[in-house]
Design a protein around this ligand. Structure first.
Ligand SMILES: [Zn+2]
Length: 150
């Protein structure tokens, strides 16, 4: 057995980028997650807001967050700041999982896509209408080399 000394482990951790699985997660979303929910576009702001609130309620850690979505944002991707989700038109193809993604950031109070984030994200994805189970998403993510916290 090889024992790696703690100061070497710490040095290795510093070498690893902070958000090391972001690109991998985005790829998994585009190739696997978004197609599951099809390419339907929301019928209006009420539908988006209701879905966001439904997901927010699924998580006890969030105490009644107010979710505001701005589909007219010029930004390239969905963003979250405090309790405001910005959902630009470009993500409408996968708007349902995009909302789950941003709510997961809200719950985690973090912009990182680490294993703990993916755990919450998979849980929320499984709460979307017509979604497969949480277990399905966890296994699929892991098969794509994404770390999921236990
Ligand atoms: Zn993100």
């Amino acid at each position: 057995m090889t024992i790696i000394k703690p100061h070497i482990l710490a040095a290795l951790a510093r070498l690893r980028p902070i958000d090391w699985q972001k690109a991998r997660l985005y790829r998994w979303e585009r190739n696997i997650v978004w197609p599951i929910f099809g390419s339907d576009v929301p019928r209006g702001m009420d539908e988006i807001t209701n879905l966001a609130n439904l997901l927010a309620k699924a998580v006890r850690a969030t105490r009644n967050p107010i979710v505001v979505i701005n589909p007219e944002s010029p930004g390239p991707r969905a963003l979250i700041f405090k309790n405001t989700i910005t959902l630009p038109a470009v993500v409408w193809l996968g708007y349902k999982p995009a909302i789950a993604h941003e709510i997961a950031h809200l719950v985690r109070h973090s912009t990182s896509h680490n294993g703990k984030f993916v755990k919450v994200y998979c849980y929320l994805l499984s709460h979307l209408p017509g979604a497969p189970t949480r277990h399905f998403f966890v296994r699929s993510a892991m098969r794509h080399g994404i770390r999921v916290a236990r």
